[in-house]
Design a protein around this ligand. Structure first.
Ligand code: GLV
Ligand code: MG
Length: 316
């Protein structure tokens, strides 16, 4: 997705996020190892991957890892605890005061309404002002993980210029709606169609309407790479920008699935070249023309731009 074709988001908010690696914030060994892995984004988790008794210590482990680690080329995110807990404000203050210059976004889980985004935005602004940081630089990623969040997703997506992504959290979501399955992201037995279609589309529409990225959440069967590929492919086919990865073995697959194929990328560049030619003076100032068996016009150019943009970002 190119910045020019999106309605609202600032261009620097559209970062590569094909693979978003989850790393428990309480585990220094994993935090060290994550630095060598080819994920587009790394998020250091203070929420569900940290046991309650480890959460306070993890804040400091995360600050140290952000400040002292080598995260070059990766989007650096910290997931804080959600606003229904008592941990959120201190998570944000400790992490942003301690490592705000080495942090790109805060991820807020279990978002239920726009006020929760506003509250985080205000807190970030106060910390940035106090610390002398650039105000507004730190972005927000919002996880939709329950029915209330999905019902309010349009207002959530519109709640702050800091927002960069809307993320589907399938595990919590399945629990929240009492879906009859224990395998995260897989279809619940007994339902003959795609049980995730509505949820994914709802999130994607809200994200796109506000120029944000849409990210799919985790697939917990980490040894089942075929299953991961299939579930990642489902969201990618709809237009999602990336997916969480919980294990190094999922990273290359996500990077591949969320990049266009070489063939599609080459074709997209061809459409762009052809369009530039036939609309020009020299090419006859035409609004549409044939490229092989296909008629192409301005809408084809837009579709090609999306694929070409993703392909260029992937280095194709
Ligand atoms: C992620 O946080 C999930 O609940 O799936
Ligand atoms: Mg969750």
């Amino acid at each position: 997705m190119t910045a020019a074709d999106l309605p609202a988001a600032a261009p620097n908010r559209l970062r590569p996020r094909r693979s978003c690696l989850a790393v428990p914030g309480s585990n220094p060994r994993f935090l060290e190892k994550a630095q060598g892995l080819p994920a587009d984004q790394v998020f250091l988790d203070l929420e569900d991957a940290c046991a309650p008794l480890a959460k306070e210590g993890a804040r400091h482990t995360v600050v140290k890892a952000l400040n002292e680690g080598d995260w070059t080329g990766r989007t650096r995110v910290v997931r804080v605890n959600d606003w229904t807990t008592h941990w959120t404000y201190r998570d944000v203050i400790t992490v942003v005061e301690g490592a705000g210059q080495n942090l790109d976004c805060i991820m807020l889980p279990k978002v239920q309404d726009d006020r929760q985004i506003t509250a985080l935005d205000l807190l970030l602004t106060q910390i940035e002002k106090t610390m002398g940081f650039e105000v507004g630089r730190i972005g927000i990623e919002a996880q939709i993980e329950n029915a209330r969040g999905l019902v309010n997703v349009d207002a959530i997506a519109a709640a702050s210029p800091r927002l960069e992504t809307i993320i589907f959290g399938p595990a919590d979501f399945m629990a929240s709606i009492s879906m009859k399955s224990l395998v995260v992201g897989e279809q619940p037995p007994g339902y003959p169609a795609d049980a995730y279609h509505y949820i994914l589309m709802r999130i994607l529409m809200a994200a796109r309407a506000h120029g944000l990225q849409a990210i799919d959440g985790p697939y917990l069967q980490i040894r089942n790479t075929d299953g991961f590929r299939a579930v990642a492919g489902r969201a990618a086919a709809l237009g999602f920008d990336g997916k969480w990865v919980l294990h190094p073995g999922q990273i290359d697959i996500a990077n591949e699935v969320y990049s266009p194929s070489q063939e599609d990328y080459d074709h997209a560049e061809l459409i762009l070249d052809a369009y530039a030619y036939f609309t020009s003076e020299e090419g006859g100032k035409k609004g549409s023309a044939m490229l092989g068996d296909e008629m192409i016009d301005e809408a084809s150019r837009k579709m090609a731009l999306v694929v070409a943009g993703k392909g260029r970002a992937a280095g194709l």
